[in-house]
Design a protein around this ligand. Structure first.
Ligand SMILES: Cc1ncc(COP(=O)(O)O)c(C=O)c1O
Length: 403
Protein backbone atom coordinates (compact mmCIF):
# COMPACT_ATOMS: atom_id res chain seq x y z
CA UNK A 1 0.00 0.00 0.00
CA UNK A 2 1.27 3.50 -0.75
CA UNK A 3 0.90 6.64 1.37
CA UNK A 4 -2.11 7.95 -0.52
CA UNK A 5 -4.08 4.68 -0.22
CA UNK A 6 -3.39 4.35 3.51
CA UNK A 7 -4.60 7.87 4.17
CA UNK A 8 -7.67 7.40 1.99
CA UNK A 9 -8.65 4.13 3.68
CA UNK A 10 -8.14 5.43 7.23
CA UNK A 11 -10.07 8.59 6.44
CA UNK A 12 -12.87 6.56 4.91
CA UNK A 13 -13.28 3.87 7.56
CA UNK A 14 -11.86 5.13 10.85
CA UNK A 15 -14.09 7.27 13.05
CA UNK A 16 -12.86 10.81 12.58
CA UNK A 17 -11.94 11.52 16.16
CA UNK A 18 -8.23 12.18 15.76
CA UNK A 19 -6.60 15.36 14.47
CA UNK A 20 -4.54 13.50 11.89
CA UNK A 21 -1.07 14.49 10.78
CA UNK A 22 -0.32 13.70 7.14
CA UNK A 23 2.26 10.99 7.77
CA UNK A 24 2.06 7.20 7.58
CA UNK A 25 4.41 5.70 10.15
CA UNK A 26 5.62 2.21 9.44
CA UNK A 27 8.75 1.52 11.45
CA UNK A 28 10.58 2.57 14.60
CA UNK A 29 14.02 1.95 16.09
CA UNK A 30 15.45 3.64 19.16
CA UNK A 31 14.43 7.29 19.03
CA UNK A 32 13.65 7.27 15.30
CA UNK A 33 10.55 6.58 13.24
CA UNK A 34 10.27 6.05 9.48
CA UNK A 35 7.33 6.83 7.27
CA UNK A 36 6.05 4.72 4.40
CA UNK A 37 8.27 6.61 1.94
CA UNK A 38 11.38 5.87 3.96
CA UNK A 39 11.71 9.36 5.46
CA UNK A 40 13.32 9.29 8.91
CA UNK A 41 12.04 11.29 11.89
CA UNK A 42 13.58 12.02 15.27
CA UNK A 43 10.64 11.32 17.57
CA UNK A 44 10.10 13.70 20.49
CA UNK A 45 6.46 12.63 20.93
CA UNK A 46 7.20 9.12 22.22
CA UNK A 47 3.84 8.38 20.57
CA UNK A 48 2.11 10.53 23.19
CA UNK A 49 4.53 9.61 25.92
CA UNK A 50 4.17 5.87 25.44
CA UNK A 51 7.50 4.79 24.03
CA UNK A 52 9.62 5.57 27.07
CA UNK A 53 12.42 3.08 26.36
CA UNK A 54 12.56 3.70 22.59
CA UNK A 55 11.16 1.75 19.67
CA UNK A 56 11.82 -1.91 18.87
CA UNK A 57 13.68 -2.63 22.07
CA UNK A 58 15.09 -6.16 21.70
CA UNK A 59 14.25 -6.93 25.36
CA UNK A 60 10.57 -6.08 24.85
CA UNK A 61 10.41 -7.95 21.55
CA UNK A 62 12.04 -11.03 23.08
CA UNK A 63 9.79 -11.05 26.15
CA UNK A 64 6.56 -10.57 24.19
CA UNK A 65 7.55 -13.06 21.48
CA UNK A 66 8.24 -15.67 24.13
CA UNK A 67 4.84 -15.03 25.68
CA UNK A 68 3.09 -14.98 22.28
CA UNK A 69 4.38 -18.47 21.64
CA UNK A 70 3.23 -19.75 25.05
CA UNK A 71 -0.16 -18.13 25.75
CA UNK A 72 -1.80 -14.97 24.42
CA UNK A 73 -4.91 -14.50 26.57
CA UNK A 74 -5.41 -15.48 30.18
CA UNK A 75 -8.51 -14.06 31.82
CA UNK A 76 -8.14 -12.61 35.30
CA UNK A 77 -10.23 -15.44 36.70
CA UNK A 78 -7.28 -17.77 35.99
CA UNK A 79 -3.76 -17.45 37.34
CA UNK A 80 -0.76 -16.74 35.11
CA UNK A 81 2.96 -16.66 35.90
CA UNK A 82 3.81 -13.64 33.70
CA UNK A 83 1.07 -11.60 35.34
CA UNK A 84 2.37 -12.67 38.74
CA UNK A 85 5.86 -11.56 37.72
CA UNK A 86 4.53 -8.12 36.74
CA UNK A 87 2.58 -7.74 39.98
CA UNK A 88 5.74 -8.46 41.95
CA UNK A 89 7.71 -5.92 39.93
CA UNK A 90 4.99 -3.32 40.44
CA UNK A 91 5.01 -3.96 44.17
CA UNK A 92 8.78 -3.42 44.21
CA UNK A 93 8.68 -0.02 42.48
CA UNK A 94 5.34 1.28 43.78
CA UNK A 95 5.24 4.08 46.35
CA UNK A 96 5.23 2.57 49.83
CA UNK A 97 1.86 1.20 50.89
CA UNK A 98 0.33 0.95 47.41
CA UNK A 99 0.41 -2.80 47.47
CA UNK A 100 -2.60 -3.82 45.38
CA UNK A 101 -3.13 -3.38 41.65
CA UNK A 102 -5.97 -3.55 39.19
CA UNK A 103 -4.86 -4.19 35.61
CA UNK A 104 -6.83 -2.60 32.78
CA UNK A 105 -6.04 -1.56 29.25
CA UNK A 106 -5.70 2.23 29.11
CA UNK A 107 -5.29 5.42 31.07
CA UNK A 108 -8.96 6.25 31.14
CA UNK A 109 -9.69 2.78 32.55
CA UNK A 110 -7.07 3.25 35.26
CA UNK A 111 -8.97 6.39 36.27
CA UNK A 112 -12.38 4.69 36.06
CA UNK A 113 -11.15 2.07 38.48
CA UNK A 114 -9.73 4.72 40.82
CA UNK A 115 -13.07 6.51 40.93
CA UNK A 116 -14.93 3.29 41.66
CA UNK A 117 -12.46 2.30 44.39
CA UNK A 118 -12.79 5.73 46.01
CA UNK A 119 -16.58 5.65 45.95
CA UNK A 120 -16.80 2.09 47.16
CA UNK A 121 -14.24 2.47 49.95
CA UNK A 122 -15.62 5.73 51.34
CA UNK A 123 -19.28 5.08 50.55
CA UNK A 124 -19.38 8.70 49.33
CA UNK A 125 -20.09 10.04 45.84
CA UNK A 126 -18.22 13.33 45.38
CA UNK A 127 -14.97 13.64 43.44
CA UNK A 128 -13.09 16.93 43.33
CA UNK A 129 -10.94 17.51 40.24
CA UNK A 130 -8.70 20.36 39.10
CA UNK A 131 -9.52 22.93 36.45
CA UNK A 132 -7.27 22.16 33.50
CA UNK A 133 -7.01 18.50 34.50
CA UNK A 134 -7.21 15.68 31.97
CA UNK A 135 -8.09 12.15 33.00
CA UNK A 136 -9.47 10.46 29.88
CA UNK A 137 -12.65 10.32 27.86
CA UNK A 138 -14.82 7.46 29.10
CA UNK A 139 -17.80 8.77 31.05
CA UNK A 140 -16.35 8.59 34.57
CA UNK A 141 -12.90 9.86 33.67
CA UNK A 142 -14.47 12.46 31.39
CA UNK A 143 -16.46 13.74 34.36
CA UNK A 144 -13.12 14.49 36.04
CA UNK A 145 -11.62 15.98 32.86
CA UNK A 146 -11.92 19.76 32.71
CA UNK A 147 -12.05 20.77 29.05
CA UNK A 148 -15.52 21.93 28.02
CA UNK A 149 -15.00 20.84 24.39
CA UNK A 150 -14.64 17.21 25.50
CA UNK A 151 -17.45 17.32 28.07
CA UNK A 152 -20.26 19.39 26.62
CA UNK A 153 -21.52 17.06 23.84
CA UNK A 154 -21.91 14.21 26.33
CA UNK A 155 -23.88 15.81 29.13
CA UNK A 156 -25.21 14.67 31.47
CA UNK A 157 -21.95 13.24 32.77
CA UNK A 158 -21.51 11.28 36.00
CA UNK A 159 -22.97 13.36 38.85
CA UNK A 160 -21.12 14.68 41.91
CA UNK A 161 -17.92 15.74 40.21
CA UNK A 162 -16.75 19.30 40.73
CA UNK A 163 -13.74 21.28 39.57
CA UNK A 164 -11.71 23.75 41.59
CA UNK A 165 -9.05 26.21 40.40
CA UNK A 166 -5.85 24.21 40.11
CA UNK A 167 -3.32 24.55 42.92
CA UNK A 168 -5.75 26.64 44.99
CA UNK A 169 -5.62 25.09 48.44
CA UNK A 170 -8.26 27.43 49.87
CA UNK A 171 -10.78 26.60 47.13
CA UNK A 172 -10.08 22.90 47.56
CA UNK A 173 -10.76 23.15 51.30
CA UNK A 174 -14.01 25.00 50.60
CA UNK A 175 -15.10 22.38 48.05
CA UNK A 176 -14.80 19.44 50.47
CA UNK A 177 -18.07 18.35 52.05
CA UNK A 178 -19.13 15.38 54.15
CA UNK A 179 -19.97 13.66 50.84
CA UNK A 180 -16.47 13.97 49.32
CA UNK A 181 -14.81 10.67 48.48
CA UNK A 182 -11.62 11.82 46.75
CA UNK A 183 -9.58 14.53 45.12
CA UNK A 184 -7.99 13.65 41.78
CA UNK A 185 -5.04 15.51 40.29
CA UNK A 186 -2.26 15.12 37.74
CA UNK A 187 1.16 15.82 39.30
CA UNK A 188 1.98 17.90 36.23
CA UNK A 189 -0.95 18.77 34.00
CA UNK A 190 -0.08 17.36 30.60
CA UNK A 191 -2.85 17.91 28.09
CA UNK A 192 -3.55 21.43 29.26
CA UNK A 193 -0.02 22.57 28.53
CA UNK A 194 2.59 21.08 30.92
CA UNK A 195 1.60 22.97 34.04
CA UNK A 196 4.00 22.30 36.92
CA UNK A 197 2.51 22.79 40.41
CA UNK A 198 3.94 25.36 42.79
CA UNK A 199 6.33 24.05 45.44
CA UNK A 200 4.45 22.69 48.42
CA UNK A 201 1.12 22.19 46.68
CA UNK A 202 0.98 18.41 46.83
CA UNK A 203 2.28 18.33 50.41
CA UNK A 204 -0.59 20.66 51.39
CA UNK A 205 -3.07 18.59 49.42
CA UNK A 206 -1.91 15.43 51.20
CA UNK A 207 -2.32 17.19 54.53
CA UNK A 208 -5.87 18.29 53.69
CA UNK A 209 -6.75 14.74 52.67
CA UNK A 210 -5.24 13.34 55.88
CA UNK A 211 -7.19 15.83 57.98
CA UNK A 212 -10.52 15.22 56.28
CA UNK A 213 -10.37 11.52 55.41
CA UNK A 214 -10.73 12.36 51.73
CA UNK A 215 -8.70 10.08 49.43
CA UNK A 216 -5.96 11.46 47.20
CA UNK A 217 -5.89 10.02 43.67
CA UNK A 218 -2.84 10.95 41.62
CA UNK A 219 -3.19 10.43 37.91
CA UNK A 220 0.32 9.55 36.75
CA UNK A 221 -0.78 8.21 33.39
CA UNK A 222 1.48 10.75 31.66
CA UNK A 223 3.98 11.57 34.43
CA UNK A 224 4.67 8.03 35.61
CA UNK A 225 7.50 5.56 34.93
CA UNK A 226 10.37 8.00 35.06
CA UNK A 227 9.07 10.69 32.73
CA UNK A 228 9.54 13.59 35.17
CA UNK A 229 12.87 12.51 36.66
CA UNK A 230 11.47 10.22 39.36
CA UNK A 231 9.84 6.83 38.88
CA UNK A 232 6.60 8.54 39.93
CA UNK A 233 6.22 12.32 39.96
CA UNK A 234 4.68 12.22 43.44
CA UNK A 235 8.17 11.28 44.71
CA UNK A 236 9.37 14.82 43.92
CA UNK A 237 7.35 16.04 46.86
CA UNK A 238 7.54 13.02 49.15
CA UNK A 239 3.80 12.54 48.80
CA UNK A 240 2.13 9.15 48.56
CA UNK A 241 -1.38 9.12 47.16
CA UNK A 242 -4.02 6.64 48.26
CA UNK A 243 -4.61 5.61 44.67
CA UNK A 244 -2.18 5.97 41.75
CA UNK A 245 -3.13 5.68 38.07
CA UNK A 246 -0.62 4.53 35.45
CA UNK A 247 -0.77 3.70 31.75
CA UNK A 248 0.91 5.12 28.63
CA UNK A 249 4.57 4.09 28.97
CA UNK A 250 4.25 1.28 31.48
CA UNK A 251 4.24 -1.51 28.89
CA UNK A 252 6.55 0.10 26.33
CA UNK A 253 3.79 0.61 23.77
CA UNK A 254 1.40 -2.22 24.64
CA UNK A 255 -2.01 -1.27 26.10
CA UNK A 256 -1.92 -1.46 29.88
CA UNK A 257 -3.57 0.65 32.55
CA UNK A 258 -2.72 0.09 36.19
CA UNK A 259 -4.55 1.34 39.27
CA UNK A 260 -2.38 0.97 42.36
CA UNK A 261 -4.01 1.40 45.75
CA UNK A 262 -3.64 0.77 49.42
CA UNK A 263 -4.68 -2.74 50.40
CA UNK A 264 -7.85 -1.72 52.25
CA UNK A 265 -9.00 0.61 49.45
CA UNK A 266 -8.49 -1.90 46.63
CA UNK A 267 -10.03 -4.63 48.75
CA UNK A 268 -13.25 -2.66 49.10
CA UNK A 269 -14.07 -3.80 45.56
CA UNK A 270 -15.75 -7.17 45.75
CA UNK A 271 -15.60 -10.06 43.30
CA UNK A 272 -17.18 -9.05 40.01
CA UNK A 273 -17.49 -5.37 40.88
CA UNK A 274 -14.74 -4.27 38.51
CA UNK A 275 -13.23 -6.59 35.89
CA UNK A 276 -11.89 -6.52 32.34
CA UNK A 277 -11.71 -9.33 29.78
CA UNK A 278 -8.33 -8.22 28.47
CA UNK A 279 -6.95 -6.67 31.67
CA UNK A 280 -3.73 -8.38 32.73
CA UNK A 281 -3.17 -10.00 29.35
CA UNK A 282 0.07 -12.04 29.59
CA UNK A 283 1.65 -10.59 26.43
CA UNK A 284 1.05 -7.09 27.74
CA UNK A 285 2.37 -8.13 31.16
CA UNK A 286 5.52 -9.53 29.52
CA UNK A 287 6.03 -6.19 27.75
CA UNK A 288 5.53 -4.32 31.03
CA UNK A 289 8.02 -6.56 32.86
CA UNK A 290 10.65 -5.93 30.18
CA UNK A 291 9.92 -2.19 30.18
CA UNK A 292 10.18 -1.87 33.96
CA UNK A 293 13.46 -3.81 33.88
CA UNK A 294 14.86 -1.37 31.31
CA UNK A 295 13.67 1.68 33.27
CA UNK A 296 15.32 0.38 36.45
CA UNK A 297 18.49 -1.04 34.89
CA UNK A 298 19.20 2.00 32.73
CA UNK A 299 18.18 4.43 35.48
CA UNK A 300 15.86 6.22 33.09
CA UNK A 301 14.32 8.50 35.74
CA UNK A 302 17.78 9.92 36.52
CA UNK A 303 18.47 10.25 32.83
CA UNK A 304 15.17 12.12 32.37
CA UNK A 305 16.09 14.52 35.15
CA UNK A 306 19.56 15.26 33.75
CA UNK A 307 18.52 15.52 30.11
CA UNK A 308 15.39 17.46 31.03
CA UNK A 309 17.55 20.10 32.70
CA UNK A 310 19.78 20.28 29.61
CA UNK A 311 16.80 20.51 27.24
CA UNK A 312 15.03 23.17 29.34
CA UNK A 313 18.23 25.23 29.36
CA UNK A 314 18.53 25.07 25.57
CA UNK A 315 14.85 25.91 25.05
CA UNK A 316 15.16 28.88 27.42
CA UNK A 317 17.93 30.22 25.17
CA UNK A 318 15.36 30.16 22.35
CA UNK A 319 12.88 31.93 24.59
CA UNK A 320 15.29 34.83 25.01
CA UNK A 321 15.73 34.94 21.23
CA UNK A 322 12.13 34.91 20.03
CA UNK A 323 9.24 37.13 21.11
CA UNK A 324 6.68 34.53 20.08
CA UNK A 325 7.91 32.25 22.88
CA UNK A 326 5.97 33.10 26.02
CA UNK A 327 7.24 30.47 28.45
CA UNK A 328 9.32 27.30 28.68
CA UNK A 329 8.43 24.91 31.48
CA UNK A 330 8.59 21.28 32.48
CA UNK A 331 9.77 18.59 34.80
CA UNK A 332 12.25 15.95 33.62
CA UNK A 333 11.49 15.05 30.02
CA UNK A 334 7.94 16.37 30.13
CA UNK A 335 8.41 19.79 28.62
CA UNK A 336 6.21 22.48 27.11
CA UNK A 337 7.00 25.64 25.14
CA UNK A 338 4.14 28.08 25.25
CA UNK A 339 3.94 30.36 22.23
CA UNK A 340 2.03 33.54 21.55
CA UNK A 341 0.84 31.92 18.31
CA UNK A 342 -0.96 28.78 17.23
CA UNK A 343 1.45 25.82 17.31
CA UNK A 344 0.01 23.78 14.46
CA UNK A 345 2.26 25.34 11.83
CA UNK A 346 5.30 24.91 14.03
CA UNK A 347 4.56 21.21 14.49
CA UNK A 348 4.00 20.62 10.77
CA UNK A 349 7.15 22.51 9.83
CA UNK A 350 9.23 20.58 12.35
CA UNK A 351 7.80 17.39 10.86
CA UNK A 352 8.88 18.55 7.39
CA UNK A 353 12.36 18.94 8.83
CA UNK A 354 12.32 15.43 10.26
CA UNK A 355 11.38 16.11 13.90
CA UNK A 356 8.11 14.98 15.49
CA UNK A 357 6.75 17.05 18.38
CA UNK A 358 3.32 17.29 20.00
CA UNK A 359 0.90 20.02 20.86
CA UNK A 360 -0.87 20.51 24.19
CA UNK A 361 -3.76 22.83 23.47
CA UNK A 362 -3.54 25.62 20.91
CA UNK A 363 -0.39 27.35 22.07
CA UNK A 364 1.94 24.81 23.60
CA UNK A 365 4.52 22.65 21.83
CA UNK A 366 4.90 19.54 23.97
CA UNK A 367 7.86 17.18 24.17
CA UNK A 368 7.45 13.65 25.57
CA UNK A 369 10.49 11.94 24.03
CA UNK A 370 11.70 8.45 24.82
CA UNK A 371 13.93 8.74 27.90
CA UNK A 372 16.78 7.10 25.98
CA UNK A 373 17.42 10.21 23.86
CA UNK A 374 20.92 11.72 23.86
CA UNK A 375 22.14 15.31 24.23
CA UNK A 376 22.89 15.17 20.53
CA UNK A 377 19.23 14.34 19.79
CA UNK A 378 18.19 17.30 21.94
CA UNK A 379 20.59 19.58 20.06
CA UNK A 380 19.02 18.45 16.76
CA UNK A 381 15.52 19.24 18.01
CA UNK A 382 16.63 22.61 19.39
CA UNK A 383 18.22 23.50 16.03
CA UNK A 384 15.01 22.59 14.20
CA UNK A 385 12.89 24.53 16.72
CA UNK A 386 15.25 27.49 16.26
CA UNK A 387 14.72 27.44 12.48
CA UNK A 388 10.98 26.95 12.73
CA UNK A 389 10.51 29.67 15.36
CA UNK A 390 12.67 32.05 13.34
CA UNK A 391 10.53 31.40 10.25
CA UNK A 392 7.32 31.93 12.19
CA UNK A 393 8.57 35.10 13.88
CA UNK A 394 9.76 36.57 10.57
CA UNK A 395 6.41 35.74 8.98
CA UNK A 396 4.66 37.65 11.79
CA UNK A 397 7.02 40.59 11.44
CA UNK A 398 6.50 40.75 7.67
CA UNK A 399 2.73 40.63 7.99
CA UNK A 400 2.72 43.33 10.70
CA UNK A 401 4.90 45.58 8.45
CA UNK A 402 2.67 45.05 5.41
CA UNK A 403 -0.42 45.80 7.48
C1 LIG B 1 -3.07 12.29 32.84
C2 LIG B 1 -3.84 11.42 31.90
N1 LIG B 1 -4.83 10.64 32.38
C3 LIG B 1 -5.54 9.84 31.58
C4 LIG B 1 -5.31 9.80 30.22
C5 LIG B 1 -6.12 8.88 29.35
O1 LIG B 1 -5.34 7.86 28.87
P1 LIG B 1 -5.83 6.95 27.63
O2 LIG B 1 -5.75 7.81 26.41
O3 LIG B 1 -4.87 5.81 27.62
O4 LIG B 1 -7.21 6.52 27.94
C6 LIG B 1 -4.29 10.58 29.68
C7 LIG B 1 -4.03 10.56 28.23
O5 LIG B 1 -3.42 11.42 27.67
C8 LIG B 1 -3.54 11.42 30.52
O6 LIG B 1 -2.56 12.19 30.06
Amino acid sequence: MDEKSVIEIEDKYLARVYAKKPVVLTRGKGVFLWDINGKKYLDFTGNYGVCIAGYSRPEIIKATRRQLERLIPCHGSFYNETRAELLEKLAQIAPKGLTKAFLGNSGTEAVECAIKMARKFTGKPEIIAMMGGFHGKTMGALSATWKEKYREPFQPLVPDFKHVPRFNIQKIKEAITEKTAAIIAEPVQGESGIIVPPEGFFQSLREICDNTGVLLIMDEVQTGMGRTGRMFACEHWGVTPDILCLAKSIAGGFPLGVTLAKEEIASSLGVGEHTSTFGGNPVVCAAACATIDIIVRERLPERAEKLGRYFLGKLRELQSKYKIVREVRGLGLMIGVELRVDVLNIILEAMQKGVLVLDAGKNVVRFLPPLVISEENIDTVVTVMDEVLEGEENKRLRSSVSN
